[in-house]
Design a protein around this ligand. Sequence first.
Ligand SMILES: NC(=O)C1=CN([C@@H]2O[C@H](COP(=O)(O)OP(=O)(O)OC[C@H]3O[C@@H](n4cnc5c(N)ncnc54)[C@H](OP(=O)(O)O)[C@@H]3O)[C@@H](O)[C@H]2O)C=CC1
Ligand SMILES: O=C(O)[C@@H]1CCC=N1
Length: 275
Amino acid sequence: MTEPDGAAASARPSVAVLGAGTMGEAVLAGVLRGGWAAEDVVAVVRRPERAAELEERHGVRCVPLAEGAARDVLVVAVKPQQLDALLADAAAHVRPGSLVVSVAAGVTTARLAAALPDGVAVVRAMPNTPALVGEGVTALSPAPGTDPARVDLARRLLAGAGDVVDVPEASQDAATAVSGSGPAYVLLVLEALVEAGVHAGLPRATASRLATGTLAGTAALVQRTGEHPSLLREKVTSPGGTTAAGLRKLDDAGVRAAVLAAVEAARDRSRALGG
Ligand SMILES: NC(=O)C1=CN([C@@H]2O[C@H](COP(=O)(O)OP(=O)(O)OC[C@H]3O[C@@H](n4cnc5c(N)ncnc54)[C@H](OP(=O)(O)O)[C@@H]3O)[C@@H](O)[C@H]2O)C=CC1
Ligand SMILES: O=C(O)[C@@H]1CCC=N1
């Protein structure tokens, strides 16, 4: 693959998303948000009704695997358990010089490279579902020795989905446990906060708006001030006040230990899925 330059600098390498379920669609939306034109992006799916959804929502075409796998950049977004079958079917059509970005939890770049033709650049990425609205964060790890220009292309590809953080591949399982799975933990807390608000007498719509705004605003506060979460938490906690009373209950329930256990379990599961 040769990247365009000079007069054709606005042209972008063609992209195929192989397996466009929840995460594949979120990455696809990010790619389009990042400046790729819909005609330069295709998806490979198995069901006609899914093809119709993607075409309607994003204006992209769905194509057979043989056509999609011959694109410049392949985003592999099937389940880890579906990966071997997909790569076995795709390998004959993948061109040397193309870039494969896999978002499959646990699956190493070595395993990906072994299933692909020589000369294919491989990057492992762990995005998360807020990518769908451009607010995701992706942990990125190229295979050892990958051409920096290919890594930069992977970074640009994912930048439309949100922040991109370089991590050593050995940290990918931990990153998966924190940010890949993280939206589920946060949503569980949000769900509980809304229900608690309803229990405390608030109308559901009001509880939802207050709780959701609190989560979004707190994340923005941390990002924009750069202050440590514990310092910001102290600022909310008046001596003898309401917050201290609430935090006491969270400590009694072992919330910190539960978060630690959740991340450890998710990291271990990521390792196991890698095979
Ligand atoms: N969900 C998340 O938050 C995140 C997921 N990931 C990773 O993303 C990957 C996908 O996960 P997720 O999106 O949740 O799962 P989904 O089941 O939603 O998506 C997988 C998609 O792959 C399709 N598929 C499977 N095999 C083929 C094939 N041979 N040809 C074409 N399409 C195929 C499935 O089609 P069909 O619908 O017909 O079964 C499905 O649409 C996983 O590897 C996961 O680890 C990474 C980060 C976050
Ligand atoms: O649950 C999973 O396995 C995937 C990977 C990270 C988020 N969802």
